[in-house]
Design a protein around this ligand. Structure first.
Ligand SMILES: Nc1nc2c(c(=O)[nH]1)N[C@H]1C(S)=C(S)[C@@H](COP(=O)(O)OP(=O)(O)OC[C@H]3O[C@@H](n4cnc5c(=O)[nH]c(N)nc54)[C@H](O)[C@@H]3O)O[C@H]1N2
Ligand SMILES: Nc1nc2c(c(=O)[nH]1)N[C@H]1C(S)=C(S)[C@@H](COP(=O)(O)OP(=O)(O)OC[C@H]3O[C@@H](n4cnc5c(=O)[nH]c(N)nc54)[C@H](O)[C@@H]3O)O[C@H]1N2
Ligand SMILES: [Mo]
Length: 700
C-alpha cells in the first residue's frame, strides 16, 4: 500500500508499506517515485517501532502528579473537551483570549493536520504564534535576492559539472539528494561540501571546505571577488536578469581572498581555486541547506549565496542553478486552511515561538499566558534556551494541553494529554520543500486506543466552544478540494481524484524548471544584487559580512566561553522525533560532543570521557568524541535527545540562545560560545545548578 512520510524533511518520501493483521510490518521507498527512487532513511525503515511504540498515547489523560513527573489518569474524551472548554471560558472571561497560546510546528507536514488548529485559535482571538523555528530566516534571505522561495529542480543536478552542498547535511537530513549527487558524480560532476565539520555528506564530497561557523557570507564574497576580478561571469545573464551588478562589483573589491581567508579559516588559495571551479561553467548546481541560516547573520548568508548562480548564469542552465527550498513551486493558497479572516479586529498579538521560555516566565506580560495548547511539536526539546522553557512549562498556574502521538517530555508537563493519530492512520495532503511532487495518503491502519487526528480534535473542540463551526463542518477531503481549487497554473489538472488514483503528482511546472532563467519576482523583476527593500529594513543593501556577536570576535565572552558550538541534527532522530525509539537511541549511542584533539588535550579530556558543556544559558553532559572531523575552536553536538533520556537531564538546547537572527525572526541555534570540561572537574554544582529541572524520570 502507498503512503507518504509525514515528517518535517525536504524529501517527503513516497512510501510503500505492508500491514499484516493490523500491524505495520514493513516500510520501503517507492522505487517508481522520481525523487524517492526507492531510497528512504533508516529511521523510517524502522517505522513500526514508532507506530507501535510502548510510549504511544492511547487515551485522554489527566495529570495526577507534579508537572514534569509524568503521572496521569485516564479520562474520557468528553471529560477532556469539557474541561478545556470550561477552563478556556474562564480564562477568556478573566484575561481575554490572548491569554491562550497555541504552540505547533511541523510534526506532520500534512496540510490538513498542520493547519487544523489555526481557524479555532483565530476565531477565539487567542495569541498568534509566529512559526519561526525552522525556515523563516533562510526564506527571508532567499526572498531578498530572488523574490520567491523556489529554485532549480534538484533532479536536474544530474548532468551538472559541479555540485555545491552548502550548509546541508543531506546524508542525514534528506538522503534522496545524495542519490542524485551520486548519479551526477558517476557522470563526472565534482562535488564540494561547505560545512564547519566533516559530516557524512562531506565524507562523500570531492572537496570539503571546513569553514568557521557563521562566516559563509565572507567566503561567498571572496568567491565573488575572484569571479569578478578574473571576469568569470556571464555578462549576458547579468544584463538580462539582475540588478545592481556595478555596485556589487565595486563593493566586493574589498573582499580579496587574502582578506577573507583568516575569517573563514581556509587558505586564500583554496578560496581562489573554489571560485575558479565555480566560475568555470554555468552548469553548477548549488543545494543550500537551512542549517547555514541558523546563525545571527544567517539571513544575509542565504541572500548572499542566492547571488552566486546569477553571476555565472547558472540559473539559466538546464542542469545548473540553486535550490534552498521548493516550497514556492506549490501554487495554492493555504489561507483557506488557515482562515485568518476569522480573527477579531484588532488582530491579537503575535508571539515568536522561539521566545516560548521568555513569554511563559515573563512576570509583567499583559495578559499573561495562562493556557498553552501544544500539537505537532515538542517544545521542551526543540526550543532554544531549554532551561527557561522548562521553567515556564513547570508553572503550576499554566493550563497546558498536549495533543501527542507519543509521551514526549513536553507531554510530561501537561495537565491534559490527548492521543493523536499517526500519518498511517489518517488522510492528508503533502507538499515538499525539497521536490515538486504533491502527494496524498490514505489511512492504512486503524488508530490505536482512542487516538484522533488533529482535525477531528479541533472540530470537536470548536463544537464544545461554539466557534468556527461552519469551517469545522468540512471534511478533510472537502478541505483538500478547496485548497486545490485556489491553485494557480502550477496546480492545473491536479485534482483530489487524480491524487487518490496516482498518489503522487508533479506540480504543473516545466522540465527543466529554471524559475530564475530570465529574472526573478522581486520588486525590480530581477535577481537583486542590490536590494532597496533590505536597505529600507535597515540592512545592508549589498551582500555584507557581519561577524557573529556570540562568536570568536566577542573577546569578553570568549574569555569564559572560548569555543564555538554548533548543534545540527543527528542521523537517527528527526528533530526530537524518534528519540522515543529504544532501537534508534541505541544506534545513536549516547549524546556526544565532537571535539578537536587539541581542544581536548588542553582540557585533559580523553576520548569517551564524560564532559560538561556550558554556555551562558546552561549546561549539559555529553560523551566527548575526539576527532579531526571538527577544527580546533569549534565543537559539535548532533541532535536532540529527549531530556529524560539525556544523562544529566538536559538536552543540547539548554546551551542555545533564544535571540533572533538578522532576518525573518528565526533562531540563531548555531551561534553559541561554550566551555567544555571533564564532568568530574566541572565546578561543583555550578554547571547544572540553577536550571530548575524537575528531575530525570525514566520511560513513559
Ligand atoms: N536525520 C535527520 N534528518 C532531518 C532532521 C533531523 O533532525 N534529523 N531535521 C529535518 C528538518 S526539520 C530540517 S529543517 C532539515 C534541515 O536539514 P539541512 O538543510 O541539512 O540543515 P541542518 O541539518 O540544520 O544543517 C545542515 C548543516 O549545516 C551546517 N552548518 C552549521 N553552521 C554552519 C555554517 O556556519 N556554515 C555552513 N556552511 N554550514 C553550517 C551543520 O553543520 C549541518 O551539517 O532536515 C530535516 N531532516
Ligand atoms: N539544537 C537544535 N534545535 C533545533 C534544531 C536544530 O537543528 N538544532 N532544528 C529546529 C528545526 S529545523 C525544527 S523544524 C524544530 C522542530 O521542532 P518540532 O516541530 O517540535 O519537531 P519534533 O521534535 O519532530 O516534534 C514534533 C512532534 O509532533 C508530534 N506529531 C507528529 N505528527 C502529529 C500529528 O499529526 N498530531 C499531533 N498532535 N502531533 C504530531 C510528534 O510525535 C513529535 O513529538 O526543531 C528545531 N530545534
Ligand atoms: Mo526544520
Amino acid at each position: 500500500m502507498r503512503s507518504v512520510c509525514p515528517h518535517d524533511c525536504p524529501s517527503a518520501c513516497a512510501l510503500l508499506v505492508t500491514v499484516e493483521e493490523g500491524r505495520l510490518t514493513g516500510v520501503t521507498g517507492d522505487p517508481a517515485h522520481p525523487f524517492t527512487q526507492g531510497v528512504i532513511c533508516s529511521k523510517v525503515r524502522a517505522y513500526a517501532e514508532r507506530v507501535h511504540s510502548p510510549l504511544r498515547v492511547l487515551h485522554p489523560l489527566r495529570r495526577v502528579g507534579a508537572k514534569g513527573e509524568g503521572r496521569f489518569e485516564r479520562i474520557t474524551w468528553d471529560a477532556a473537551f469539557g474541561e478545556i472548554a470550561e477552563r478556556w471560558r474562564r480564562i477568556i472571561a478573566t484575561h481575554g483570549a490572548e491569554a491562550i497560546l497555541p504552540f505547533s510546528y511541523a510534526g506532520t507536514m500534512g496540510q490538513i493536520q498542520y493547519f487544523a488548529g489555526h481557524p479555532l485559535f483565530h476565531a477565539l482571538g487567542a495569541s498568534r504564534l509566529d512559526r519561526t523555528i525552522c525556515i523563516n530566516t533562510a526564506y527571508a534571505g532567499w526572498r531578498a535576492t530572488l523574490g520567491a522561495v523556489t529554485g532549480n529542480d534538484s533532479e536536474q543536478m544530474v548532468g551538472a559539472d559541479l555540485i555545491v552542498l552548502w550548509g546541508v547535511n543531506a546524508a542525514y537530513s534528506t538522503v534522496n539528494v545524495m542519490t542524485l549527487v551520486k548519479q551526477a558524480r558517476v557522470r563526472g560532476a565534482f562535488v564540494v561540501c561547505v560545512d564547519p565539520y566533516r559530516t557524512a555528506t562531506a565524507e562523500q564530497a570531492d572537496l570539503h571546505l571546513m569553514v568557521r561557523p557563521g562566516t559563509d557570507t565572507a567566503l561567498a564574497l571572496g568567491v565573488m571577488h575572484v569571479l569578478i576580478r578574473e571576469d568569470r561571469v556571464d555578462h549576458a545573464y547579468i544584463a538580462r536578469s539582475t540588478l545592481g551588478y556595478e555596485r556589487l562589483a565595486e563593493h566586493v573589491a574589498q573582499y580579496a581572498p587574502e582578506r577573507v581567508a583568516p575569517i573563514v579559516g581556509l587558505p586564500a588559495s583554496t578560496i581562489v581555486d573554489f571560485a575558479r571551479r565555480y566560475g568555470a561553467s554555468p552548469r553548477s548546481f548549488m543545494r543550500v541547506g537551512i542549517g547555514v541560516s541558523r546563525h545571527e547573520n544567517g539571513g544575509m548568508t542565504c541572500r548572499t549565496l542566492a547571488c552566486l548562480p546569477a553571476l555565472t548564469g547558472a540559473y539559466a542552465d538546464d542542469h545548473g542553478g540553486a535550490l534552498l527550498s521548493s516550497t514556492g513551486g506549490f501554487g495554492f493558497d493555504s489561507r483557506v486552511l488557515e482562515r485568518s479572516d476569522l480573527m477579531p479586529s484588532p488582530s491579537p498579538r503575535v508571539i515568536n515561538m522561539i521566545h516560548l521560555g521568555r513569554v511563559l516566565t515573563d512576570p509583567v506580560m499583559t495578559p499573561p499566558i495562562t493556557s498553552l495548547y501544544v500539537y505537532n511539536s515538542n517544545p521542551a526539546a526543540v526550543c532554544p534556551n531549554q532551561a527557561l522553557v522548562l521553567r515556564g512549562l513547570a508553572r503550576e498556574d499554566l493550563f497546558t494541553v498536549v495533543h501527542e502521538q507519543v509521551m514526549t517530555d513536553t507531554a510530561h508537563y501537561a495537565d491534559l494529554v490527548l492521543p493523536a493519530t499517526m500519518s498511517l492512520e489518517h488522510e492528508d495532503l503533502y507538499r515538499s520543500y525539497g521536490h515538486f511532487h504533491l502527494q496524498l495518503a490514505q489511512p492504512v491502519l486503524s488508530p490505536p486506543g482512542e487516538a484522533l487526528p488533529n482535525w477531528e480534535v479541533f472540530r470537536r473542540l470548536a463544537r464544545a466552544l461554539g466557534v468556527a463551526e461552519a469551517h469545522y463542518a468540512k471534511s478533510g477531503a472537502d478541505l483538500i478540494r478547496e485548497l486545490l481549487a485556489t491553485g494557480d497554473e502550477t496546480v492545473n489538472g491536479i485534482t483530489y481524484e487524480r491524487l487518490r488514483a496516482e498518489g503522487s503528482v508533479r506540480m504543473n511546472l516545466p522540465r527543466p524548471y529554471r524559475p530564475f532563467a530570465d529574472g526573478a519576482p522581486t520588486p525590480s523583476g530581477r535577481v537583486e544584487f542590490y536590494s532597496e527593500r533590505l536597505a529600507r529594513q535597515g540592512q545592508p543593501p549589498l551582500p555584507t559580512y557581519v561577524p557573529l556577536r556570540e562568536g570568536p570576535d566577542n573577546v569578553a565572552l570568549s574569555a569564559t566561553f572560548p569555543l564555538q558550538c554548533i548543534v545540527p541534527p543527528n542521523r537517527f532522530f528527526l528533530n526530537s522525533s524518534f528519540s522515543q525509539s529504544e532501537r534508534l537511541r541505541r544506534r545513536q549511542k549516547t549524546p556526544t560532543v565532537l571535539l578537536a584533539p587539541a581542544d581536548a588535550a588542553a582540557r585533559g579530556i580523553g576520548d569517551g570521557d564524560a564532559v560538561v558543556v556550558t554556555s551562558a544559558r546552561g549546561a549539559a553532559r555529553f560523551a566527548a568524541e575526539l576527532t579531526d572531523r571538527t577544527r580546533p575552536g569549534v565543537v559539535v553536538v548532533e541532535g536532540l535527545w529527549w531530556h529524560r533520556f539525556h544523562p544529566g537531564g538536559h538536552g543540547a538546547n539548554v546551551l542555545t540562545r533564544d535571540d533572533v537572527t538578522d532576518l525573518g525572526g528565526g533562531p540563531a541555534f548555531h551561534s553559541n560560545l561554550v566551555q567544555v570540561a571533564r564532568a568530574e572537574s566541572a565546578p561543583a554544582g555550578s554547571a547544572l545548578a540553577g536550571v530548575g529541572l524537575t528531575g530525570v524520570s525514566g520511560g513513559g
